[in-house]
Design a protein around this ligand. Structure first.
Ligand code: AMP
Ligand code: MG
Length: 425
């Protein structure tokens, strides 16, 4: 395990007091370990889990050449290129009930979709192209080429081929693929366990009265929602008071029971509370100022309790900053820890409806509403107030406008990158 200093020395342009987003992401990617324990699950329970091993096909899928259409199977070479051809129908093949027996020259077999191709035949003419007259069919010239409308044995999966690779986050199509290989049990990595809590003496939980100067804790709910969608196991530790003993007990419990701990609040520069001191005392922790907006301060590192340790993500307290830093840093890190192969998030290019002010030298995440313009292209409008405490801007938005590090002001109509929320799982 590398120390944080060793990791920092591998990241070019590392400056903890003005860290570009890309460097922070690289640092985190080097820091986080991957779970390695596996378990075997019944196929349906494996949805959304990470495949632990390559799955190699033991059979050909499909097992035989078969018809892709309802029509007539024949020898392509027997069709005339310049005139109609007439063939005699010798029998019928159904899916699951094949025509067996020889097919002499000049003959064809009526086949349904999925029927095994009769011996010696290589082409299927769809039924809508032929004229049927009792036991003969007439095929016009040039409606098919040899090999058309025939599915080849093993074209979906061939024996010995890796059907799915380790590290894959299993989707519905993958369950279907596993089922077509008759894989009843699927080897997956164990789920990641993530503990999270809020810090701040002004925070109250739902159900408690709200004294003057206090706010209800919203971060625990946005975090819960984002973590839930990632499919990790959750340990919600509530609000922890700004008191060294309470904080220490909470961090120890998290380190003993989780792979990662996410906190919000208490990491700002000049923060008067004890969160930072306790973090630093219990582990190897860096306090960053990231060149981004919102979400500048962040703590990152490892928290220790005895022989247990957990990766710490100490997020800022402001409700919008929590979500933005989660999407910018924590999401990919947790997926990597879960063992899944990273997939870049899909970005839209959309025309900004208005001019935007942007200082080069930091990444800005503005909340936006993406829609279709009259000509079908994407456009984006920034939601009202962009203050980092205005959670409503996040709730109204359907995407984050990402204004990259080096970018300057944006003119109305310029294309910008947008991260659509619906792509975020
Ligand atoms: P901090 O990062 O602790 O300085 O907090 C920054 C701002 O975010 C303050 O206004 C806090 O009251 C607010 N805040 C911190 N944690 C939460 C939370 N869990 N829910 C709602 N607001 C919070
Ligand atoms: Mg605070």
């Amino acid at each position: 395990m590398n120390t944080l200093q060793e990791i920092a020395s591998c990241v070019s342009g590392y400056d903890p007091n003005a860290l570009p987003v890309a460097q922070a992401q690289e640092f985190i990617a080097r820091l986080v370990p991957r779970v390695d324990a596996t378990e075997s699950l019944p196929i349906r329970s494996a949805l959304g889990r990470v495949l632990a091993r390559d799955i190699v096909s033991g059979i050909n899928v499909p097992a035989h050449d078969n018809s892709a259409m309802d029509g007539y199977a024949l020898r392509g070479a027997e069709l005339r290129a310049d005139a109609q051809s007439t063939l005699t129908v010798i029998g019928t093949g159904f899916a699951g009930q094949q025509f067996s027996g020889p097919v002499p020259p000049g003959h064809c077999v009526r086949v349904m979709t999925g029927a095994v191709m009769p011996e010696g035949l290589d082409t299927v003419v769809p039924q809508e192209f032929v004229q049927v007259d009792r036991a003969t069919i007439t095929v016009p010239p040039a409606v098919v080429r040899t090999g058309d409308n025939r599915r080849l044995a093993g074209e979906d999966l061939a024996v010995g081929e890796a059907a799915l690779r380790a590290g894959r986050l299993l989707r519905p199509a993958d369950l279907g693929l596993l089922a077509s290989l008759a894989q009843a049990e699927v080897p997956v990595l164990r789920r990641l366990r993530v503990a999270f809590f809020s810090t701040g003496d002004e925070l109250r939980s739902i159900g408690e009265p709200l004294p003057e100067g206090c706010v209800y804790d919203s971060n625990r709910y946005t975090l819960w929602g984002m973590l839930q969608r990632l499919g990790v196991d959750l340990l919600d530790m509530g609000v922890v008071r700004d008191e060294p003993a309470a904080l220490e007990a909470a961090f120890r419990h998290a380190a003993e029971n989780a792979d990662a701990v996410i906190t919000s609040g208490g990491v700002s520069v000049g923060e008067a509370d004890h969160t930072k001191q306790v973090m630093a005392r219990l582990g190897d922790v860096l306090f960053w100022r990231i060149a981004m907006r919102p979400g500048r301060p962040m703590a990152i590192g490892r928290i220790q309790s005895g022989s247990h340790s957990a990766i710490l993500f100490g997020l800022p307290g402001n409700p919008v900053a929590v979500m933005v830093t989660f999407y910018a840093f924590v999401r990919d890190a947790l997926l990597a820890m879960s063992g899944s192969t990273p997939q870049p998030l899909p970005m839209l290019r959309a025309a900004s409806e208005k001019a935007l002010r942007k200082k080069p030298g930091r990444t800005e995440y503005q909340r936006g509403i993406v829609s279709r313009a009259a000509d079908g292209s994407w456009q984006v409008a920034i939601t009202g107030s962009q203050g980092s405490g205005i959670l409503r801007s996040m709730s109204e938005a359907n995407g984050l406008v990402v204004l990259h590090h080096a970018q300057g002001d944006v003119a109305a109509g310029d294309l910008v990158d947008v991260l659509p929320f619906d792509g975020l799982v």
